[in-house]
Write a protein that binds this ligand. Structure first.
Ligand code: MRU
Length: 339
């Protein structure tokens, strides 16, 4: 994802793996649509998209007074914020831009500063992922096979990835590693995106149906699990792609370490588990695969996009500031302590 000539360029993830297509947006409403329809997805990627969306909004508005521009931005922020409720990075990206806009004194200053801040956030995302990748690379050994769920890779961030960033850094440190990627029904971020991304980088990857997690673990094919996160609470509760909870339980049953990799922007130190809204998505994602119908018409569906993994199933949370280990209440606090 990139800011270029006052527009935002990103990969259309709905087209992968069949074609690698780039889309260009000049209107914040297009960014809101892209987030809603999963053209762009993954917590850090939608955080930066939200920031880019507000930067576009600042350029789109013809306001000549600070108050008018701020009102225009507040409205754009609301539209962008309502696209997806679970990933906290979206609110984080939007708030950061609004802060910068409110601090500026003239409309010109607002426009320049929000564009520069959004661009900086995109650059920082890459650095953050490389740092957390390096921190996590010490957790795995030569010849390990690592399972991952969904896509927490370059596609889900600006570049490099979080969970896949750790996998990339482990490989770059000279260790020979293999990856097992779950398919991740119903939208198949695992098969469509993670496998695409890892094959593109020449990293050994095998795809499994979600239902083979138990089989591969029970048969000694998995040495560790690493996933990303959409929101992490101060207690260590992790919200991530639906199915993460099942993978974590299965890992516990087989004594396999289960790690979460995420930047500090994914932490929500205010909310309690019951406050977090789990996005419910449309039934057609479950009653079909792509355009092909796989369930009778009129089938009732429950389709939550995320679930919550409790801290007792998690071996460590890898961030750019280090690795938090249980008990998380203490170790998460330390991640945020100045130096
Ligand atoms: O619905 P998605 O594809 O946006 O869900 C993405 C995930 O659950 C990722 O694991 C998470 O956002 C972390 S991405 C680095």
């Amino acid at each position: 994802m990139e800011w270029k000539d006052n527009s935002v360029i990103m990969i259309d993830q709905t087209k992968l793996p069949n074609s690698l297509e780039f889309v260009t947006f000049t209107d914040f409403n297009q960014i809101a649509d892209a987030i809603r329809t999963l053209v762009v997805r993954g917590a850090p990627a939608i955080g930066v998209s939200g920031a880019f969306g507000l930067a576009l909004a600042a350029l789109q508005s013809d306001a000549e007074k600070k108050n008018d521009l701020i009102s225009y931005l507040e409205n754009a922020k609301r539209i962008l914020f309502e696209t997806r409720p679970t990933a906290v990075n979206l609110a984080w990206g939007l708030e950061k831009i609004m802060e910068v806009a409110n601090q500026a004194t003239t409309v010109e200053e607002i426009r320049i500063n929000v564009v520069e801040t959004a661009k900086k956030m995109a650059e920082e995302d890459i650095q953050t992922n490389m740092s957390l990748g390096k921190n996590g690379s010490e957790l795995f050994n030569d010849n390990d096979t690592i399972m991952t769920h969904c896509n927490a890779g370059a596609l889900a961030t600006v570049a490099y990835g979080t969970a896949l960033g750790v996998i990339r850094a482990t490989k770059e440190s000279g260790k020979n590693i293999k990856v097992i990627a779950t398919e991740t029904r119903p939208v198949q971020q695992g098969s469509r995106l993670t496998v695409f991304e890892l094959k593109h980088d020449g990293i050994d990857v095998s795809l499994i149906p979600d239902t083979a997690v138990g089989y591969t673990m029970a048969n000694g094919l998995v040495n560790g699990v690493i996933v990303g996160a959409d929101r992490i609470l101060k207690t260590g509760h992790v919200f991530n792609k639906i199915g993460t909870y099942q993978v974590a339980i299965m890992a516990k049953q087989h004594n396999i370490p289960f790690y979460v990799a995420a930047p500090l922007s994914t932490f929500d130190l205010e909310s309690n588990p019951e406050d977090v809204i789990i996005e419910q998505r449309k039934a057609s994602e479950v009653t079909g695969i792509g355009d092909k119908k796989t369930a009778p018409d009129g089938t009732d569906v429950i389709n939550p996009a995320f679930d919550m993994t409790p801290p007792e199933l998690i071996s460590g949370i890898i961030t750019e500031n280090g690795i938090a280990k249980p008990p998380f209440q203490e170790s998460i606090k330390e991640l945020f302590a100045p130096n």
